[in-house]
Design a protein around this ligand. Structure first.
Ligand code: ADP
Length: 359
């Protein structure tokens, strides 16, 4: 049975060497990685690992709006559902959506709307589902980054990618990308969402106290960090298309391997058909067969041949009988083919005589 140890809540956020508790410099991001296309059923999806945060985002739509009365005839609507799994934090979180989750869903929607062309989707909705599997501070920023990546993966036209990253202050120092403890015991937290095309800010929240100078420094850090995350987003998208093109190349190579084989087989069979030797063989086979038929027909036509008692024993007789039966079959076949011509069909016994010759 796991023992739940309470989280430490001392104020210390720096080591003796001046670095942060996880060894980072003040302007350094936590380890970041992302990938796209992780949920096959979704239109687009992304997985973001930002520090110990593990966040999935999935896009569904554009599609019909339910309930219908929410639909707008002049533009599409964006709906964002940010949820934290019950096991994502130290103490079990209630599965019911709480005020904080509703607030974060709203701010993420407002951070994404400016980069979307919602006017292109009247009467439709685009849904963004965000699931936080593990939370470690700064989840709204990492969720926005994931949502932006998932939208791009879904092929939804966007003016720009957006990146979420926070600046803050702890123990009198301005920091980039606060971890969970820095977030909780720090003096200030500024979650930002940066529109990468023009470096404008589509989300800015502020919690705590900071001087103007500290805020300026914080924004410098944010822009620097956002650029690093943006490059990773692009890399993840490129990787997806590289994977597709590599797969297509492999399939092409397999196809081209198969095609010459088929062509070879076809040419081989054509060779067989036109080869003089093989045609001779075929010819000689045909000749031998027709000679055999003629011989058996002759045997069949000669009454003595069938009636002549065998002088060579029963085996020869049997073979002669076989031959004569073959001849009979051949005759029957001829008769059948003659029957196919109606004018030459002789009247059968018991049939009405159409010409009335009997009379
Ligand atoms: P953000 O995750 O965007 O920083 P908050 O500042 O509200 O949002 O939360 C900070 C951190 O507090 C979260 O990342 C998470 O690790 C933790 N947290 C949030 N909600 C809960 C909760 N209900 N129970 C325990 N920890 C929580």
């Amino acid at each position: 049975m796991p023992i739940l140890v309470p989280e430490p809540h001392d104020e210390v956020c720096f080591r003796e060497d001046g670095k942060r508790l996880d060894g980072r410099a003040v302007d350094e991001l936590r380890p970041f990685s992302c990938e796209v296309g992780v949920i096959k059923n979704a239109q687009g999806s992304a997985l973001v690992r930002h520090g110990k945060n593990l966040i999935y985002a999935a896009i569904y739509g554009p599609r019909e709006v339910h309930p219908r009365h929410l639909a707008r005839p002049d533009r599409g609507i964006l709906r964002v559902y940010y949820r934290m799994a019950t096991f994502s934090v130290h103490e079990r979180k209630s599965p019911a959506p709480n005020r904080r989750e509703n607030e974060i869903s709203k701010v993420i929607r407002e951070a994404l709307e400016p980069v979307l062309f919602l006017e292109a989707y009247p009467d439709s909705q685009i849904e963004v589902y965000i699931e936080v599997i593990a939370a470690d501070g700064g989840t709204r920023c990492a969720s926005t980054t994931a949502a932006s990546l998932a939208l791009a993966d879904a092929g939804i036209p966007m003016k720009s990618m957006v990146v979420g990253v926070a600046a803050g202050k702890a123990q009198g120092k301005v920091l980039l990308d606060l971890g969970d403890k820095e977030d909780k015991v720090g003096q200030a937290d500024i979650p930002c969402v940066v529109v990468m095309k023009d470096k404008s800010i589509s989300l800015l929240q502020f919690d705590g106290e900071m001087t103007l100078e500290e805020m300026k420094l914080g924004f410098e850090y944010v822009l620097k960090g956002a650029e690093i995350i943006y490059q990773k987003q692009l890399e993840a998208l490129r990787e997806k298309y590289n994977k597709i093109s590599r797969q297509a190349e492999i399939e092409d190579a397999e196809l081209s391997k198969e095609t010459p084989k088929e062509e070879k087989t076809a040419s081989e069979s054509t060779d067989t058909a036109v080869s003089p030797e093989s045609s001779d063989i075929f010819k000689s086979d045909v000749e031998a067969e027709s000679a055999e038929n003629t011989r058996s027909a002759e045997i069949n036509e000669t009454p003595e041949a069938s009636e002549t008692p065998s002088t060579e024993g029963s085996e020869t007789k049997t073979s002669q009988e076989d031959v004569s039966s073959v001849g009979k079959e051949a005759k029957e076949e001829n008769t059948l083919s003659e029957e196919s011509a109606p004018s030459e069909v002789p009247p059968q016994a018991g049939e009405d005589n159409p010409t009335g010759d009997d009379k």
